[in-house]
Write a protein that binds this ligand. Sequence first.
Ligand SMILES: Cc1cc2nc3c(=O)[nH]c(=O)nc-3n(C[C@H](O)[C@H](O)[C@H](O)COP(=O)(O)OP(=O)(O)OC[C@H]3O[C@@H](n4cnc5c(N)ncnc54)[C@H](O)[C@@H]3O)c2cc1C
Length: 407
Amino acid sequence: MSHDHFGWQNKPCLVFNNVTLQFLLYLHHFTVAVVGSAVIRMKVVVCGGGVIGICTAYYLHLFNIDVTLVERSKVACGASGKAGGFLAKDWCTSNKGLNLLAEAGFHLHKQLAIEHNGSEVYDFRPLTAYSVALSDGESSDKQTKTQSNCSYPQWIDKLIGDCSTEKIGSTETTAQLHPRKFVEFLSHVNKQNGIEILSEENMCEIVFLSNAVKGVKLSSGKAIACDCVVLCMGPWTGLAQQWAPECPDVYGQKAHSIIMRPSKSIPAEAVFADSQEFSTEIYPRPDGEVYICGITENPVPSLSLPVPESVVPSQNSCQRLKSSIDQLSSVLCSGDVIMSQACYIPLTHDGLPLIGKLNRHDDVYIAAGHGCWGILLGPITGKLVAELIATGKTNIDLTVFDPNRFV
Ligand SMILES: Cc1cc2nc3c(=O)[nH]c(=O)nc-3n(C[C@H](O)[C@H](O)[C@H](O)COP(=O)(O)OP(=O)(O)OC[C@H]3O[C@@H](n4cnc5c(N)ncnc54)[C@H](O)[C@@H]3O)c2cc1C
């Protein structure tokens, strides 16, 4: 994972047309960071305006790197704007490396919330979490929740049938934020920091000279000269195989969510309800709304995904989601659905994110495939990618996330 920091080519931080880019490709490349009295900054293009891309841009700026972010639709238009925003310190125990990343990610979120007044700006708060496992309705007369000794949130008041409930997260280990507000806020900070954010611009090619990155092309015809590219296109990241064939496969799994206004306010208690049919996650938010997600479909490869701006819920999926929570809680049952939506969870072959540099090309990095933990892992991923690009090393071992591991 080493990187020769002094090998960077220096290019001005401007958007060029194709002709200018071609011309730049033939220019002599400086290999020092200072020319005369002018400091030449490294130039990075980040592709994708989800939580991973926005956080990567944020941390690259802290290393004094010049960044342009390209987003084909709107910032946070995909999973990053439609996620639950639940954060857990120690729930990724299936893999040691992932667990370490999650723990560091949890701490970094707490730190960011202090730095940026997260509780006011993007609804960050600690919360408790409960699991509720439901059997089918057949055994409804055997036991009700109120007869059991389990701890459970009081607003889960309609449980009938065999069930087991458990407290699975405390205010020390679990928290939440509003993902769209978080990503839009950091995007705003990025703009204030001088980062160029090109929305509604589709990146369609990386321009190489030998193996070295020279720039990127957008489908509008614009070209941007740069030294390095970071691919953060979430479930669409596999499309980069057209530009860098060794980019691993990435998949998208459609997931549905609804946002409700309950008939009475609900405290800071997340509920994970498992029935035989599907799992439902319920996150009351500080703004009085309640976010509910569940109902997923089979993953499909990047190439088969619809374009981000055309993703809509599949027939009946959001209605089924609402029916499932009607059976749990009377305040939700009598509440109003104010949003029904769908998006794609970014997945990889082995369920672990891709974080690192592609071996075959100089300076093409990937940060994608964060599954159902992208909001938790967004800032720590962005920080580590920025460290890797700026210094060639990271404080956390990224070996298990190496994007070359499938080759
Ligand atoms: C229903 C649901 C609930 C979730 N809940 C949680 C949760 O509670 N906690 C948690 O930690 N995680 C959660 N997640 C997971 C999390 O939302 C994702 O892992 C994360 O948002 C992925 O972020 P991303 O930036 O990789 O991808 P995305 O948010 O998909 O962003 C990728 C961006 O790339 C852009 N793009 C694509 N192609 C191009 C191109 N060629 N040029 C330019 N731009 C392009 C897209 O328009 C998009 O904006 C949830 C996910 C879902 C679906």
